[in-house]
Design a protein around this ligand. Structure first.
Ligand SMILES: *Cc1c(COP(=O)(O)O)cnc(C)c1O
Length: 365
């Protein structure tokens, strides 16, 4: 298939803007007259440091990150943050305490990981309804003396998204934004730590962006590996060791593209329009049903099903044949999932809805 014939709804790694890939392709052998690829440069070279610094400053301006916070470019995926957060913020092994909201698969893993290091209080859980909703502020059982409160802003597998920033008083908030970062404005000052694996909305897999309130760093457990100390990475400007150079360059290109879409404000308008196309259709469909409850629905990962596994499978097969790829839901949920990250053009969503209409007509008697 040609690229033009495919709309890739993969949950991650996921679609990147074609324009970004074209620039990267043009630069692949010789970046900016340096005679070499970005992949081949010393991370300490002048030409690379310019890429690094400009990407960092584009990230800061894209999310209006205040000077109280540092941007780190790390590795180990979003998953390594599940361990880094308790090791750095609980201070002493077995002595710390944190509140976790369990709203899906990744929050569950993060909770299990944190329990290795200290006391974990489940502030809320949506497991009773198979993670189809987000708990309300009034449902959160918060500990005023917790080292931090943890939640996952967008549940990639279940297709739910927090529509509010929890109020936690003086307790710092740590948030996994892997699958919705850069899709809307965020008040970074409300957060202690925001982190995101790059492969959903930012860049190829291999880079994790961490935005951290600097006052939280430097009090890690004494057993914390050097590579997992926020303080060390802040002091070394993410270059304690070789950073994921190529991915950082790619993020810079994606941020240039984002700027042309009107930044996160522009992106928010576009993503709302895209998600509304799908949810409006689903809410009026005789065949398909959205999985997530209204008021908790994700604008990035839209989960739905027919209620009949055979029809779901037929739908996914037919979608692939039309170039609408990767719409099969995660095995924990079944059904379908359309991941419509920033780089998914609205034409892709229109095509998907068109196909859903056709499928409905031929499968409803
Ligand atoms: C994909 C994803 C992860 C896991 O990311 P890795 O980079 O594979 O570790 C964690 N949290 C969320 C919300 C995700 O979407």
């Amino acid at each position: 298939m040609k690229r033009e014939e495919v709309f890739n709804f993969s949950a991650g790694p996921s679609v990147l803007p074609t324009e970004v890939l074209e620039i990267a392709g043009k630069d692949i052998l010789n970046y900016g007259g340096s005679g070499m690829s970005v992949m081949e440069m010393s991370h300490r070279s002048k030409v690379y440091l310019e890429i690094f610094e400009s990407t960092k400053s584009k990230m800061k301006s894209a999310l209006s990150i205040p000077d109280t916070h540092e941007v780190l470019f790390l590795q180990g995926g979003a998953s390594l943050q599940f361990s880094m957060i308790p090791m750095n913020l609980m201070h002493e092994l077995g002595k710390g305490k944190a509140d976790y909201a369990v709203t899906g698969n990744f929050a569950t893993i993060a909770t299990k990981e944190a329990k290795k290091y200290g006391t974990v209080n489940i502030a809320a859980s949506s497991e009773d309804k198979n993670h189809t909703y987000i708990p309300k502020q009034s449902d959160l059982k918060l500990s005023p003396d917790a080292d931090y409160f943890y939640y996952c802003a967008n549940n990639t597998i279940y297709g739910t998204e927090w529509q509010y920033v929890p109020e936690t008083g003086n307790v710092p908030i740590c948030c996994d934004m892997s699958s919705n970062i850069l899709s809307k404005p965020v008040d970074v000052s409300k957060y202690g730590i925001i982190f995101a694996g790059a492969q959903k909305n930012m860049a190829p897999a291999g880079l994790t962006v961490v935005i951290i309130d600097k006052s939280l760093a430097g009090k890690e457990m004494s057993c914390t590996p050097l590579m997992m100390s926020y303080q060390r990475m802040i002091e070394k400007d993410s270059m304690y060791n070789t950073p994921p150079c190529w991915n950082i360059y790619m993020l810079g290109l994606v941020l240039d593209w984002l700027g042309k879409q009107g930044g996160v404000e522009g992106m928010e308008k576009i993503k709302k329009e895209k998600a509304a196309l799908l949810y409006d259709f689903l809410d009026n469909s005789k065949l398909f049903k959205a999985c997530a409850e209204p008021g908790s629905r994700s604008d990035m990962n839209i989960t739905f099903r027919t209620g009949d596994e055979e029809k779901d499978a037929g739908f996914c097969k037919g979608a692939s044949a039309k170039g609408l790829t990767n719409v099969k839901g995660h095995r924990n949920v079944g059904g379908m999932r359309a991941s419509i990250y920033n780089a998914m053009p609205i034409e892709g969503v229109r095509k998907l809805v068109e196909y859903m209409k056709e499928f409905e007509v031929s499968n409803c008697v």
